[in-house]
Design a protein around this ligand. Structure first.
Ligand code: FE2
Ligand code: FE2
Length: 328
């Protein structure tokens, strides 16, 4: 086997490419030390980094409610959920590192605005019903997106998704259970739930990205089996999954075009405002500046922790080195 991935006259590159193509065609996993095309590596780093950033920024909208949760039980649940999201972010940064990305560099890209995160986390959470609706819609949409990623062609990403998805289903259920409780409450609580549903429905549909014919990178990611389904297909799955849940809950989804299509065996629904999506992605959403500002401040305020951890690790390494010398 050739050990170099640089181009050589003996066709080593083509052989490596063929081997990679075979791995993908057989639905086997690509692992960190395997040869892979540059485009595949870059696409994955970008996708995994954006995913990691989304988990970390996603702690903020609900994190705002931890100190104001209405009971100890709700506080404990919310705390656990927000903490899970931090864990998802850390898993994913580690997965990006297996591709040669540098975590410090990824964080820098996030706080300088050069790398994106999910548009959904730029919307505000004015009431406690938002906590429930985020769990139901946003974690529900995350499940639709991430379950197929458990079969993604890149091994570390696929394996990270298995555990992440288990936790996402807990998130979705806690959201739905909270809303169920509120719907059994007062008229005012029911109105709060409906208001949150009205505000989050369309931004949640936007989470699946632009329509297929306007999503230039999708085809490539699907050919590489990083991605398994198109944006529109995933959006449809989310709608089909959510409509009966809305019925049971007793809320109305704010889309006059939403109806069951007997022929297709799926729901028809209206088109989200994709110009709003592009605007929010470009930085002009209701909370973009606040989210990034907070992340930057947390990073700067945490610098001493990282320095202390690095100094401790260096000291530890020196000590082990000395012990080895003594033993020799
Ligand atoms: Fe998550
Ligand atoms: Fe989640």
């Amino acid at each position: 086997m050739p050990s170099s991935t640089s181009s050589s006259p003996d066709g080593a590159d083509e052989r490596l490419q063929e081997q990679f193509d075979r791995t993908i065609a057989r639905d086997q996993r690509v692992e960190p030390r395997d040869w892979m095309p540059d485009g595949y590596r870059k696409t994955l780093i970008r996708q995994i980094a954006q995913h990691a950033h989304s988990e970390i920024i996603g702690m903020q909208p609900e994190g705002d409610w931890i100190t104001r949760a209405p009971s100890l039980r709700r506080k404990a649940i919310l705390f656990a959920k927000v903490q899970d999201e931090a864990g998802h972010g850390l898993y994913l940064y580690s997965a990006a590192e297996t591709l040669g990305a540098d975590r410090e560099d990824l964080v820098e890209r996030l706080i300088s605005g050069r790398q994106k995160y999910s548009s959904i986390f730029n919307y505000p959470t004015p009431t406690f019903a938002d906590v429930g609706v985020i769990g139901w819609f946003v974690d529900g949409a995350a499940i639709c997106n991430q379950v197929p990623l458990c079969r993604s062609s890149y091994g570390p990403y696929a394996r990270a998704m298995v555990r992440v998805c288990k936790e996402e289903s807990f998130h979705q259920r806690q959201g739905y259970e909270l809303l169920m409780t509120m719907m059994r409450g007062t008229e005012e609580q029911r109105a709060m739930v409906q208001d949150a549903v009205d505000r989050w429905w369309w931004p949640s549909l936007m989470m699946f990205g632009p329509p297929d014919d306007d999503s230039p990178n999708s085809a490539r990611s699907m050919a590489w089996r990083i991605k398994r389904h198109s944006n529109d297909e995933l959006r449809q799955r989310f709608v089909d999954m959510t409509v009966p849940q809305a019925g049971k809950l007793g809320v109305t989804l704010p889309d006059p075009e939403l109806r069951w299509n007997e022929e297709r065996g799926r729901h028809d629904f209206g088109t989200p405002d994709f110009t709003e999506l592009m605007r929010v992605i470009k930085g002009d959403g209701p909370c973009n500046a606040e989210r990034i500002g907070r992340r930057r401040a947390a990073h700067e305020e945490g610098a001493w922790v990282r320095e202390a951890a690095a100094a401790h690790a260096a000291k530890q390494a020196r000590r082990e080195e000395q012990e080895k010398e003594h033993a020799a």
